[in-house]
Design a protein around this ligand. Sequence first.
Ligand code: C2E
Ligand code: MG
Ligand code: MG
Ligand code: MG
Length: 281
Amino acid sequence: RAKDEGGGLHFDYEPALHAHAEERRKLEFSLRHALERGEFALAYQPVVDAITEAPLSFEALLRWHSADHGPVSPAKFIPLAEDTRLIVPIGEWVLRTACFQAMNWPAPIKVAVNVSGEQLLDPSFAEVVVSALAASGLPPHRLEIEVTESIFVRDGTAAQQTLERIMSLGCGVALDDFGTGYSSLGYLRKLRFSTIKVDRSFVQGAARDNPESLAIVRAVVAMADSLEMSTTAEGVETEEELAVIRRLGCKKIQGYYFGRPMTAHDATALFDTIAWRRQQA
Ligand code: C2E
Ligand code: MG
Ligand code: MG
Ligand code: MG
């Protein structure tokens, strides 16, 4: 083998690299046609009030069932869609679909939509939001846009301006995966986010009594409280995680413990249950 001869590592390595590039090329080809082929669907995951456990909103999560590749994980196709800018038309479909779907739910229930930097910095983004709201009839305060800190790295000023416009429409803007990106806290001074979403890694750490995770969640909740922003704990899976997150004062909870991402049909059916109607009475 080349490796044993010394210095020839690339002989082993190149075919693997090539296979990877080839797979990516095939995936990209399929992704280009996924929208017109109707291969996308949205899954909806509930976010509940930390104290009452009543559902407050659903986060729309994109699913791709490719005719060529079967189900493809978002971890794989979202970065590809961002690199190719296909996320712009795909993201527009997500926004419109989510807004229409939310019209099937009782009035206080919101829908949260993830938006990539590529999409947010596209000059038409704000108008796409306006048009999705107008077409569906969804009141702006029932839509929450989720962005990550990474959007402030490339063109912070443009990102800020677009988010201000979205906020001025009455939509909420949540800061997703908080604590995992390049956190300069500067933009927290400039933008009034509706919610800070504490990344699952801190939730896990806190439940394992990791002192740093506990301190960070406590500090984020205190900071959000004084900035009049809400907090959501992401990825709560167990009773133990729920208990510690409640104790730390997070306002909202999302995770497998309360509900996995579900079909639109199942999300809507949730509100027909006796438990929901009793809660409202
Ligand atoms: P995210 O926005 O942070 O979404 C939360 C992810 O955590 C989802 O993964 C969700 O299924 C998963 N999750 C929820 N609860 C739990 C839990 O209790 N335990 C564990 N282990 N995981 C949990 P998903 O659906 O695979 O999405 C991954 C990421 O892909 C999202 O992370 C988001 O960044 C991105 N994404 C999904 N849909 C869209 C979209 O429509 N547009 C854009 N731009 N990005 C999207
Ligand atoms: Mg999200
Ligand atoms: Mg997240
Ligand atoms: Mg996350």
